[in-house]
Design a protein around this ligand. Structure first.
Ligand code: ASP
Length: 350
C-alpha cells in the first residue's frame, strides 16, 4: 500500500483490480500492468485536498478473469476501511464491471459512503484515452460533499463517459464506443460537463433505510454460485436444458425470456421448468430486452411462467438479478422469493 498524503482531506482508498485502464500491449495482446506502473502514468492529483491510499489485488487482471472471490477481496478491503476512509475508488476492467458493482451493492449494505467503479476503453498511455478524465472525475465525485458535510453520492456507483450511474442498474452495452455503459431503467446520478451536476432526486432513492447514514453497515461476504442462466431462442431443445437443471447443485435458474417475460407453449420445456420448481429450485424470469420490465401477467405466454411459480426479475438488469441471487443463496435466505421481490440496494423499481 502506498500513501500519497497531504493535509485535509478526503481520505480515499483506491483499489486497483486491473482492466484496460492499466494495460499495455504485449505479444499476447493487452495485459494489465502493476500498481506501481499504473501510478506512474496516472495524472498528478496535484493540490487536490485528498489523501489517497493505493492498494491492488494480488494480481491485477483482465476483468473477464474476475470471480466472486475477488468481489469478496474488494469488499473486505472496503469493509475493513469503512471507518478510516471517506470514499472508495475501484479501478476495474469494463467487461465485468457491472457485475462487480452490482455484487458489491448487495455485499456491502448501508455503507453511507461513495464507492465508485471506473475504468476505460483505452489504456492510460494511449493518446486518445478516456482513462485520465474518468480517474479525475471519479476522484471529484468521491470528494464531493453536501452542505451538511455528508457525501453527495453515498452509493455504489459507476463513472464512465461523463456519467455517474447507480452501480446495480448499469450494463455494458458497447464493446468499442466510449459510451460503453448505460442504465436503461434508472436515471443517472450525476453528469460531468465543465461542472459535475448531481441528480439529487435519483441519489439514494429506492434504497431501504437512510442512505446517508454511516457507521452501521452490513457486510455479507457469502455468495453461492449454484446458478445457471438460460437464454431462450427459437428452436431450443428442452432436453438439453433438462440435463443442466437436473444437477442437484443447481439452486436457481435465470431464464432470459422474450419481451415482458414470455416463453413458448412447448410442453416439454414447461415440464422441465415444473420439475425444477417442484424440487425447490428458484426459477427467475428475466427479459432479453435491455429496457423495460418483466410483467408475467401481460401475455398468455408470460402467464405460463407465472403459473409455474417463476419469480419475476421486474426491471432488474441481468447482472443485478444474478448477483442478488448469489447473495440471497449465500446468506441462506429462508424467504428467497419475498427477498428477491424487494429492493435491497436500489436495484429495482417498486
Ligand atoms: N478486457 C478488459 C477488461 O474488462 C476490457 C476493459 O477493461 O475495457 O478487463
Amino acid at each position: 500500500m502506498a500513501n500519497q498524503g497531504n493535509s485535509r482531506t478526503t481520505r480515499i482508498l483506491m483499489i486497483y483490480t486491473g482492466g484496460t485502464i492499466g494495460m499495455k500491449e504485449s505479444s499476447a495482446g493487452m495485459v494489465p500492468v502493476s500498481l506501481d506502473d499504473l501510478w506512474e502514468q496516472l495524472p498528478d492529483i496535484g493540490a487536490l485536498p485528498l489523501e489517497l491510499t493505493l492498494v491492488s489485488l494480488e494480481r491485477p487482471m483482465d476483468s473477464s478473469d474476475l470471480r466472486p472471490e475477488h468481489w469478496v477481496q474488494i469488499g473486505e478491503l472496503i469493509h475493513r476501511h469503512s471507518e478510516d476512509m471517506d470514499a472508495f475508488l475501484v479501478l476495474h476492467g469494463t467487461d465485468t464491471m457491472a457485475y462487480s458493482a452490482a455484487a458489491l451493492s448487495f455485499m456491502l449494505q448501508q455503507l453511507g459512503k461513495p464507492v465508485i467503479f471506473t475504468g476505460s476503453q483505452l489504456p492510460l498511455g494511449h493518446p486518445r484515452s478516456d482513462a485520465a478524465s474518468h480517474w479525475m472525475s471519479a476522484l471529484e465525485v468521491a470528494m464531493a460533499t453536501r452542505l451538511d458535510g455528508l457525501p453527495r453520492v453515498p452509493e455504489i456507483s459507476l463513472y464512465f463517459n461523463h456519467v455517474l450511474y447507480r452501480g446495480n442498474r448499469v450494463r455494458k452495452l458497447h464493446a468499442m464506443g466510449f459510451d460503453a455503459f448505460d442504465s436503461p431503467n434508472y436515471p443517472f446520478l450525476a453528469r460531468a460537463g465543465t461542472c459535475i451536476e448531481y441528480a439529487e432526486e435519483a441519489i439514494g432513492q429506492g434504497v431501504p433505510g437512510n442512505p446517508f447514514q454511516q457507521g452501521n453497515h452490513n457486510w455479507f461476504p457469502a455468495l453461492d454460485n449454484g446458478i445457471i442462466s438460460l437464454k431462450l431462442f427459437p428452436g431450443l431443445r428442452p432436453e438439453l436444458w433438462e440435463r443442466a437443471m437436473n444437477n442437484p447443485t443447481v439452486k436457481a435458474v435465470l431464464v432470459e425470456a422474450y419481451g415482458a417475460g414470455n416463453i413458448p407453449a412447448d410442453e416439454a420445456l414447461i415440464n422441465v421448468f415444473k420439475a425444477f420448481v417442484q424440487r425447490g429450485g428458484h426459477l427467475i424470469a428475466l427479459s432479453q430486452c435491455v429496457g423495460g420490465q418483466v410483467d408475467l401477467t401481460r401475455y398468455q405466454s408470460g402467464r405460463r411462467l407465472l403459473d409455474l411459480g417463476a419469480i419475476s426479475g421486474m426491471d432488474m438488469t441481468y447482472e443485478a438479478a444474478l448477483t442478488k441471487t448469489m447473495h440471497l443463496l449465500g446468506i441462506g435466505s429462508s424467504s428467497f422469493r419475498e427477498a428477491f421481490a424487494h429492493s435491497i440496494a436500489g436495484e429495482m423499481g417498486s
